[in-house]
Write a protein that binds this ligand. Sequence first.
Ligand code: FE
Ligand code: FE
Length: 300
Amino acid sequence: MISPEQPEENGPLNDLHEWEEDVLQRYPEPRSVKKGSLFTDPSKKKSEFRNYEQTVRDSVKEFYRLNHMNQTVDFVKQKRAQYLPLKKRRLGMWQALEHLNTLVDDSDPDTDLLQIAHAMQTAEQIRSDGHPRWFILAGLIHDLGKVLCLWGEPQWAVVGDTFPVGCKFSDRIVLPEFFQDNPDSQVPEYQTELGIYESECGLENVLMSWGHDEYIYHVTKDYLPLEALYMLRYHSFYPGHRGGAYQQLMNDQDREYFQYVKKSNPYDLYTKSSTPPDVEKLGPYYRDLIAEFFPDEIAW
Ligand code: FE
Ligand code: FE
């Protein structure tokens, strides 16, 4: 079922999961890793990246091309002005989960429950590891910003690795060569290490490429502890939390709270293949959890 607001043609990916499968290919689950120690690997060899470039699917490549070409300072400012007043609609969190679940690939009926299944699998794995309730909740709702896709935004403006705009594009961003076609590459002011920012100004003051992370952060920022907000806001910022890039923009708070981004990322990436969760059975638990932090309806 496609919502009336979802355009027929909103990007090259068959569905949004194709991007996540690609992320998984770039950051495969380490074979033997102590829990909680999945950190960045800046020593990743050039040859591994080259190998990746040979195997990346054409649809994914085209997706990154569009993303890297179109995420400019002006575009980000425009989307923030459009969405961040949170005047789009009012929705409960559970309602938003159900709404997101209508985002399915028409050609593949098996993907029917993918969005809600991913949300619950992520949350269930966090729960089974005994983490606090806000952490479980963050797992459940981390991808709800993808409703942007139902509201007419193209895939490249909803998913994809995020990165700062207004300063030099890091070569630790996937397929950085595509930034050649980004108009900001021709703006000298945007192409220094700091660009329009001050040293260690804090990511709070940095314009990130527009997508589901930034949006869900703003929707939830009055209701969740800062640890959870970091998880939501930077979960797709792979160049930062995996690549170790953009340290020059981070302040002490960012450095401290990125431990939570790193802690939650393996749950996002590595819980997808397990058996599908029993949505019906788990529903009451998650509705309670939502009610503990959120009112019945919030502004989107
Ligand atoms: Fe996500
Ligand atoms: Fe996710």
